[in-house]
Write a protein that binds this ligand. Structure first.
Ligand code: HEC
Length: 67
């Protein structure tokens, strides 16, 4: 019956994320910020901190069957 499985994975920030989501100027280069603001003029996604929970992946899949 219940042959589906749902998994939840937290989306945590790491140093890599800070290059776009960190503090402007100190962590996000001015050139990077300028580009992001051109592509996403209405988005404010800087000011994140390290090891913050920023979201969650929800993945639904078939349960493996042993036949
Ligand atoms: C190359 C630059 C870049 C990197 C690296 C990056 N992001 Fe992003 N992120 C963006 C941009 C630009 C947006 C906005 C895109 C949009 O809204 O369509 C975004 C959006 C998001 C959002 C949605 C924000 C909202 O309020 O809608 C989350 C959450 C997020 N990023 C988390 C992360 C995490 C966690 C990492 C590291 C694992 C990461 N990002 C790495 C550029 C980046």
């Amino acid at each position: 019956m219940n042959d589906r499985q749902v998994a939840y994975y937290p989306i945590m920030t790491n140093q890599m994320c800070m290059q776009c989501h960190g503090e402007p100027k100190t962590e996000v280069l001015t050139t990077t910020l300028a580009k992001i603001n051109t592509l996403y003029p209405n988005n404010k996604v800087t000011g994140y901190k390290l090891n913050e929970l920023r979201g969650i992946w929800v993945v639904e899949m078939d349960k493996q069957r042993s036949e």
